[in-house]
Design a protein around this ligand. Structure first.
Ligand code: FAD
Length: 453
């Protein structure tokens, strides 16, 4: 009896935890299998530890820039060992908190790696020895194993760190090369640079943050350059060799440089290799698992959520997919995940955030003559007395025919907080006129959203 469940969840990350807890709260007999720490990417090696580091970098940056406010210091130092220890302690606290709530809900936790025996049976292997330690069966199985960083397949690639390795460090290096132009690469470039570390960022294209509005990524590019990060566009690594404490990097252009460390943040891929999926023959959608709108795979008792399906790979999306799955199959509800306006942020310094269509997407869908763009760029009041005169940027993409706001984009302090609230309005179908009729809150940066004409 102990090894038979209504639901087996493989992977205790954002999506898996949400699904397991919600299903158990409806009275289902639920088990969850996790080979690493409970919490998954977001809690253990993603959003949470990263954001704590962003707070550290912002604090350092603010203090350094505040002499115009009369704030001075004798000797400002940063001890990365203290930060990294505190981050690890906080992550462990959160992991334990999740474990406690699973136990309160009677969710049976198996510590090990799960793989399919057949459509209803899962084998669990020991994380240390790899030996089989248990076999369990479930009426339904939810796969929520998340993603993993892509590695660079070049000579010396074994010396390069992924984002996972960063969170295991005891101290930060003096200099770092960051490979990639996506959100994780840009966030770590800003964290390290604003904590006093020499940063070079290498991007194989000529652009940062593909998929974001070009005005936002260009604003970020200017700020990144002015913060002292060395940006190398249209460049790639060709090989790496380790010489005592340093890494010698050969680039494809023939350039050679030396760094203390290299972080590869060049994309992520679903973490499906160890599940023995061939034994059950699930259909794929490219590198992702194929699912229908109820997150059901091509086997009717097996479901998939989170970073292993082709939807925005973000924590709130994985959580909502998990909850919707549990509501539908254990709570007697019938609902779908709303993907219409998924807000996203990049926690650089300053941060940027977006909800809805970029200008380029809106032009592609409705053509240029059918949309209107409103934007403004200015030095925010918070920078008045600072050495840093970086500008904030706000932008609205509006459909002419019905005045609906299609996209809302911001670069500047607190963008993520502001765009979260703007996404409520966009989700409700707000028009530009309704923004204009909304009273401004002064003095703020976001008041520009309701005063732009
Ligand atoms: P995960 O949270 O990755 O959980 C999967 C779990 O499954 C892991 O614990 C793993 O150990 C376990 N597992 C894997 N295989 C097996 C197996 N065979 N058996 C048992 N267990 C297994 N998103 C945001 O929304 N905001 C952010 O600011 C943000 N920042 C990020 C920063 C970084 C550096 C990274 C890497 C990601 C970030 N993300 C962010 C993305 C976010 O973390 C993921 O979208 C989210 O965690 C996906 O949830 P998931 O449930 O699909 O998988």
């Amino acid at each position: 009896m102990d090894n038979k469940f209504d639901l087996i969840v493989i992977g205790a990350g954002s999506g898996g935890l949400a699904a397991a807890k919600r299903a158990a709260s409806y009275g289902a007999r639920v088990s969850i299998i996790e080979g690493s720490k409970i919490g998954g990417t977001c809690v253990i090696r993603g959003c949470v530890p990263k954001k704590l580091m962003v707070y550290a970098a912002n604090s350092n940056n603010d203090i350094k820039n505040s002499s115009g406010y009369g704030i001075s210091f004798e000797d400002l130092t940063f001890n990365s060992e203290i930060l990294l220890k505190n981050v690890k302690d906080e992550v462990s606290r959160l992991s334990k908190m999740h474990l406690n709530s699973l136990s309160k809900l009677n969710v049976k936790v198996f510590n090990g790696w799960g793989s399919f025996i057949d459509q209803n049976h899962i084998e669990i292997s020991c994380p240390n020895t790899g030996k089989s330690i248990n076999k369990i069966s479930g009426e339904r199985i939810l796969i929520s194993v998340g993603g993993k960083p892509k590695r660079l397949n070049i000579q010396g690639g074994q010396f390069l760190w992924s984002s996972n390795d960063l969170f295991e460090l005891n101290s930060f290096p003096d200099s770092i090369l960051i490979v990639g132009g996506g959100y994780i690469a840009c966030e770590f470039a800003c964290i390290f640079r604003n904590l006093g570390i020499e940063v070079t960022q290498v991007i194989r294209s000529n652009n940062l943050l593909n998929g974001f509005d070009a005005d936002l990524s260009n604003s970020l590019k200017d700020t990144i350059i002015s913060s002292g990060i060395d940006l190398l566009f249209n460049e790639q690594l060709s090989s790496v060799s380790k010489k005592r404490d340093v890494l010698e990097i050969n680039f494809k252009s023939g350039l050679k440089r030396v760094f203390n460390s290299v972080l590869v943040a060049a994309g992520r891929t679903p973490n499906l290799d160890n599940l023995k999926l061939t034994s059950i023959g699930l259909e794929m959608n490219g590198e992702y698992l194929k699912v229908n709108e109820f997150n059901q795979t091509t086997k009717k008792n097996i479901f998939a959520i989170g970073d292993i399906i082709d939807k925005p790979n973000l924590t709130p999306v994985a959580i909502e997919q998990g909850r919707v799955f549990a509501d539908n199959y254990y709570g007697g509800l019938s609902r779908l995940v709303n993907y219409k306006f998924v807000p996203k942020a990049v926690f650089t310094i300053p941060e940027l955030a977006s909800v809805g269509m970029t200008e380029k997407e809106a032009i592609e869908k409705f053509s240029k003559e059918n949309i209107k763009i409103f934007k403004c760029k200015f030095v925010p009041m918070s920078n008045t007395f600072k050495n840093n005169k970086n500008k904030s940027m706000l932008k609205l993409v509006v459909k002419k025919i019905d005045d609906k706001i299609l996209g809302c984009h911001m670069f500047g302090d607190a963008s993520s907080e502001i765009i979260q609230m703007a996404s409520v309005a966009l989700n409700a179908g707000v028009t530009k006129k309704e923004f204009d009729m909304t009273m401004a809150l002064h003095p703020t940066v976001s008041e520009e959203f309701v005063t732009m004409y």
